[in-house]
Design a protein around this ligand. Structure first.
Ligand SMILES: Nc1ncnc2c1ncn2[C@@H]1O[C@H](COP(=O)(O)OP(=O)(O)OP(=O)(O)O)[C@@H](O)[C@H]1O
Length: 515
């Protein structure tokens, strides 16, 4: 406990020191030489550096520059570019941002970085981006920054170099018809460059599986979406609203596995103290097509604006690049009119449940980032089966005769959850097998859950033929029932949320309430 408290104090102090070091090194903020050398030490230990060509911290002669340029050419395989302070910026462009921003490949202290080059006039954006990164980048789902350099015209942010954006990834792996519409808007030359970049990314990640044959997101897709949510939980815990969440601002990198990270914090805003919203005067605005209606209409911004954008982003990932509010030109109008179409995710009821809540026009009714993290859309088969088993055990305690509310409501979901009598959706061999042990009511949700629970608990005792029929536990078994009763899980989940959420045995499924 004492260790934890000391750790937190040290962490807080380190953040404050980092922030102060950055503020002092802003051009125009001259500090004393002693202070400057102290800062240099702090920065070195933090492995993050701030320098200016005009400042006293890092003065490079032309001779030095020639030498380091030469060395860096060797380091970077002979790429053309130039050296600014500790940074070598190549001429190889990764992408263009807005307001004259260009992202280039670079090397910062020997490590490959993406250099975000902003025009000096947008120094305030760079300043905000760095401040937010200082506060937030110690998290696996936030892009790291290593340092900042300046010259007369530009600010250069050295960022962890990722392979591509989530937008690129989806464009590459979705089928091309949709991309052609998307690409029509790009100028011919930019489009050639863009296509070449996508080709090179495809070579780096040759065989990614983002969607299953049945159109559901693959485990990899779900992991990337969950990474985005984890990054958002972290930002919101720190009181930072991203305000420009979109697939282009989610970057992809291969670590142990593929990983998604939030980037582009230039217009993010930090809430102070117990403030919960930024008023009408908050500067900066998000991107067309991904903003919440209240952002478009009144500029009122709470953490919920990010949850709206997240809803659009999850839809985009699941549907291979489509948008719940239509084509790019009509999106903002449709967002304001609350005209969405979730038809393309209707075959995944868990996705409809989550996305429709995230896109609620009333920001107060959208779930919090932490609740999204625990939503069943992201659950494994093992967790889904465990939840249904616990639910079955829970409702068996209810007395059929007294007809409790819980039982009544659960059974009332039958027509939707079962879509008819459940025995008719299963093979006679399976029905014969279960008939040997007890009698079931084929229109009862409770009884179907009992069958699922019993066969799961006695899986190893099942005849080989029945095991093959229902598939291996957990994925095959989950899929056997989910494909026959696609809405069963979410209907049961909704009832449990309503009646049993606070109960001890269900806490592990609703962790957001205990965290
Ligand atoms: N760290 C990075 N690693 C690899 N690529 C990056 C990195 N940062 C940015 N990019 C690429 O550059 C693009 C533009 O970057 P960024 O979004 O930060 O600029 P921006 O000017 O804020 O753009 P916009 O205003 O359009 O969001 C990204 O979509 C991505 O393709």
């Amino acid at each position: 406990m004492i260790g934890l408290v000391v750790g937190l104090i040290v962490k807080g102090y380190t953040l404050a020191v980092k922030e102060q070091a950055f503020l002092n090194e802003q051009p125009g903020n001259s500090g004393s030489k002693t202070a400057s050398s102290k800062r240099k030490k702090i920065q070195k230990s933090e492995d993050k550096h701030v320098s200016s060509e005009n400042g006293d911290a890092y003065v490079h002669t032309d001779g030095d520059n020639q030498m380091s340029l030469h060395l860096n050419k060797l380091v970077d395989g002979g790429t053309d570019g130039r050296r600014i302070g500790k940074l070598f910026v190549s001429n190889t462009e990764i992408a263009k941002g807005s307001n004259g921003t260009i992202v280039l490949e670079g090397i910062y202290e020997g490590r490959p970085v993406a250099v975000k080059r902003l025009v000096q006039a947008h120094n305030d954006v760079a300043f905000k981006e760095i401040q937010n990164l200082i506060a937030s980048d110690q998290h696996p789902n936030i892009v790291r920054w290593y340092g900042v350099e300046y010259d007369q015209d530009f600010v250069y942010l050295s960022l962890e170099r990722c392979t591509c954006s989530l937008d690129d990834l989806i464009q590459i792996y979705s089928d091309c018809s949709q991309n052609q519409v998307f690409n029509k808007n790009k100028a011919a030359r930019a489009m050639i460059e863009y296509k070449a970049r996508l080709e090179s990314v495809k070579n780096i990640f040759p065989d990614l599986n983002l969607w299953k044959a049945n159109g559901h997101p693959s485990p990899l897709s779900l992991k990337l979406m969950r990474d985005v949510v984890s990054g958002l939980v972290h930002l919101h815990e720190l009181g930072i609203i991203h305000r420009d969440l979109k697939p282009q601002n989610v970057l992809i990198i291969k670590e142990r596995s593929l990983c998604a990270k939030l980037s582009d914090m230039g217009i993010s805003k930090r809430l102070v103290g117990d403030m919960s919203s930024l008023g009408h005067h908050a500067t900066g605005c998000g991107s067309s097509g991904w903003q919440a209606p209240e952002q478009l209409l009144h500029g009122r911004q709470t953490r919920s604006v990010d949850l709206f954008s997240l809803g659009c982003l999850l839809f985009f990932c699941i549907t291979r690049g489509r948008h719940p509010f239509g084509d790019s030109l009509e999106r903002d109008i449709n967002i304001v009119k609350n005209q969405m179409d979730l038809f393309l995710v209707e075959h995944i009821p868990e996705a409809v449940h989550l996305i429709s809540r995230l896109l609620n026009p009333d920001p107060e009714l959208r779930p919090k980032a932490m609740e999204v993290l625990h939503h069943p859309l992201f659950w494994t088969s093992e967790m889904r089966l465990s939840f249904l088993r616990d639910t079955s055990d829970r409702i068996e305690l209810e007395d059929r005769e007294t007809n409790s509310d819980l039982l009544k409501v659960l059974e009332s979901t039958g027509p939707v959850a079962l879509g008819g009598k459940w025995d008719e959706k299963m093979e006679p061999a399976f029905i014969n097998n279960i008939g040997r042990y007890r009698r079931y009511k084929f229109d009862s949700v409770r009884d179907l859950l009992r069958v699922m629970r019993n066969k799961l608990n006695h899986y190893r005792e099942l005849p080989k033929g029945i095991q093959e029929l229902v598939g291996p536990v957990p994925e095959g078994y989950d899929c056997y029932f989910a494909s026959r009763f696609p809405r069963l899980f979410i209907e049961v989940y909704k009832v449990v949320c309503r009646y049993c959420m606070e109960e001890e045995s269900f806490q592990k499924y609703f962790k957001s309430n205990v965290d």
